[in-house]
Design a protein. Structure first.
Length: 385
């Protein structure tokens, strides 16, 4: 029996850690989805390497107990971070769980978190920590209520997994009263009107050209930042739909791992033509200035800074890249599309995710009723002849 920690060099020069496991005459590999693109001497590399070593130790201990048919009496003392790292690789968006680990470390100040220290009081404190934590450079903006809700319930998901395999005997979140728990708000998505989009175009002087075009492109395609910043020219293809040759976009949705083929609107095609004129012949990406490997957010953060300046110039209340996706959904619904069609255009795997835009449908229904014509003449004054 043996568990060895190994490294795989990625195409972009990064390193991915995985386990080389030999047990009961069989050999297999387990990828941890612990990756780094930093230099080996950097703090970020050392942190990821330490997580990978913890995951190796946890796997080796587990197999040792199985081989010798021994009760695992120290399960509750196992490192929660290593437990999460080992299992996050099988999930759709593993990087968000690495962020969760960093938040928990910031809260408790521990590089090793035994399972038995995750108590009701620990979770209440973590929730309060998220409420008080400032997320902007000026230390003025706090985390949104729904973001706190999501973070707490991501943690709860892994606690449930730990309970299933015997590392914990219960989920302490269940002992917290509903009155003490943060509640999820049903928010109505913000969006831009066509007038807002026009205003942003007028006030775009000084905004990096590729960021400006990418944002407008997403307003007319609904792409997320992760999909738009990594969009390749080869994803723009000609395809026959109902016997007509049209330009479509093949979108590999990063968040849902879902592939869609969507027709491209005339406005979006014009934006692509504008990009071709300034196209970097050596880059396969439509917006190469925005591209960065998965898991890195330096360019996304820089883009948000630029968008904040853009927002101020245009006199809008707020502006972030994902607002373009909400704008696309709203413009499409306002143009007469139904929720099912919009859900497919957005790449949603479940229409319930598209229901957040139902308020647009309600407004359209009200507008339709208001436009109904009135009958001429007085037919309410008495019986007809």
């Amino acid at each position: 029996m043996g568990v060895k920690l190994r490294e795989k060099t990625l195409k972009d020069g990064g390193v991915s850690f995985y386990l080389d496991i030999s047990h009961n005459g069989k050999r297999w590999y387990k990828f941890l989805d612990i990756k780094t693109h930093s230099a080996r001497s950097s703090a970020e590399f050392k942190e990821q390497f330490k997580l990978a070593k913890n995951a190796r130790s946890a796997k080796e201990y587990q197999l040792s107990c199985q081989k010798n048919d021994l009760p695992d009496t120290t399960k509750q003392a196992q490192d929660f971070y290593a437990f999460v790292s080992e299992r996050a690789g099988s999930l759709k968006v593993p990087r968000v769980y690495r962020s969760m680990i960093n938040l928990i470390k910031e809260y408790c100040g521990k590089e090793f978190l035994p399972m038995d220290e995750i108590t009701k009081e620990f979770l209440i404190g973590y929730q309060e920590f998220l409420k008080q934590r400032k997320i902007d450079k000026d230390k003025k903006r706090s985390m949104a209520t729904n973001s706190i809700y999501i973070n707490v319930h991501r943690l709860s998901t892994f606690i449930n997994k730990a309970v299933e395999v015997g590392y914990m005997d219960h989920n302490p979140l269940h002992k917290i009263t509903k009155a003490q728990r943060v509640k999820k708000k049903k928010n109505t998505p913000d969006y831009l009107t066509m007038e807002d989009v026009e205003l942003l175009a007028q006030k775009s002087k000084g905004i990096p050209e590729q960021l400006k075009l990418a944002f407008f492109f997403s307003c007319f395609t609904g792409l997320r930042w992760s999909d738009c910043s990594r969009l390749r020219w080869k994803q723009i293809v000609r395809q026959k739909i109902n016997g007509e040759l049209v330009t479509v976009m093949r979108s590999d949705q990063q968040k849902t791992e879902h592939i869609t083929y969507n027709p491209i609107s005339e406005q979006a095609l014009e934006i692509l033509e504008a990009r071709k004129k300034g196209k970097d012949k050596n880059s396969p990406y439509v917006f190469p200035d925005l591209y960065e490997p998965e898991g890195e957010r330096e360019k996304q953060s820089a883009a948000q800074f630029q968008m904040t300046q853009w927002c101020k110039r245009a006199g809008l209340e707020r502006l972030h890249f994902h607002l373009s996706r909400h704008t696309f959904a709203t413009l499409t619904l306002s143009g007469g599309a139904d929720l099912y069609t919009v859900s497919k255009l957005l790449g949603h795997t479940d229409i319930k995710h598209t229901m957040v835009y139902a308020h647009v449908v309600d407004k359209l229904k009200m507008d339709a009723i208001a436009r109904l014509p009135k009958m001429s003449g007085n037919f309410l004054g008495g019986a007809g002849r």
